[in-house]
Design a protein around this ligand. Structure first.
Ligand code: HXC
Length: 258
């Protein structure tokens, strides 16, 4: 991987951290930055030291959206040739759980990046918004689709058309964040949340994420057939044998990831 310019990364206690690192621009997302985020997620995905990925922002905000300076002179042809959304699509293929720890502005492409996470822990000062309509454009990295699937058409269309800032309480009420925490405790709470998942048997975590994601795009019948195959597959794992034997033997399981 080339040297990272717009993000910082580290691995600690089973958690792969990604810090958006353009704090002066409120972590506005340029294309190189997205490419760095996705490449790092892919590296973490195949690194056995990492059980869970945690994405957050350095400085005040999570992200004020895609970098407008970079987009201002774009045309349909430059966009087609750049094909920037190919990077975004690769986030869908990450197998390990992704937790977003968000704060302050979570706008536009930043909101789309947050919605691409599996879980969101939000500081109480977080504001979510899709301001694209005020720029004469619209969300382009999945915002119209992901938000609508999560909260339904009524609120999604209202929020995307008005560019209203969505308060965390509303976000929790409509079910697109998992938890509201005090701003000074954001990382502590997000790490705590990550560790709860990191200590589960990794193969089960992986196949559960895959099965739940199937529910978003497939019929109930197809999703249930898929779930069943993954359920069967887990009975080939050492962690299934260990988990169930430990229950029967009334002791704590020791999972190895195999
Ligand atoms: C480029 C940005 C930026 C952005 C902020 N900055 N957001 N630069 N792209 N999206 C820069 C500012 O120009 C400024 O740089 C510095 O960050 C600090 O921002 P301020 O505006 O001074 O801060 P503040 O007054 O606190 O206002 C914060 C804000 C405002 C309300 C978030 O910055 C804002 O409205 N930003 C744009 C939000 C937006 O429209 N996002 C959607 C983008 S479109 P200088 O150099 O002046 O200090 C999008 C489409 C996604 O995301 C499509 C798919 C990828």
């Amino acid at each position: 991987m080339n040297a990272l310019q717009f993000i910082e990364t580290s691995i600690e206690d089973g958690i792969g951290f990604i810090f958006l690192n353009r704090p002066k621009q409120l972590n506005a997302l340029n294309r190189k930055m997205i490419s760095e985020i996705v490449s790092t997620m892919e590296a973490f995905d195949i690194d056995s030291q990492v059980k869970v990925i945690l994405l957050t922002g350095n400085g005040k905000a999570f992200s004020a959206g895609a970098d407008i300076d970079e987009m201002v002179n774009d045309s349909p042809i430059t966009l087609e040739l750049t094909n920037q959304f190919a990077d975004w699509d690769r986030i869908n293929l990450i197998r390990k759980p992704i937790i977003g720890a968000v704060k302050s502005f979570v706008f536009g492409g930043g909101f789309e990046l947050a919605l691409a996470c599996d879980f969101l822990v939000a500081a109480s000062d977080t504001q979510f918004s899709f301001p694209e309509v005020t720029l004469g454009v619209m969300p382009g990295a999945g915002g119209t689709q992901r938000l609508t699937k999560l909260v339904g058409k009524t609120k999604a269309l209202e929020w995307i058309l008005t560019a209203e800032r969505i308060h965390v309480k509303s976000a929790l009420h409509y079910g697109f964040i998992n938890k509201i925490v005090a701003p000074e405790l954001l990382m502590e709470e997000a790490v705590d949340f990550a560790q709860k998942i990191a200590k589960q048997p990794p193969l089960a975590v992986r196949l559960i994420k895959e099965s739940v994601n199937k529910a978003v795009d497939h019929s109930l019948y197809e999703g249930m057939q898929f779930e069943r195959k993954n359920f069967y597959l887990l009975f080939a794992s050492g962690d299934q044998k260990e988990g169930m034997s430990a229950f029967v033997e009334k002791r704590k399981p020791k999972f190895t990831g195999g």
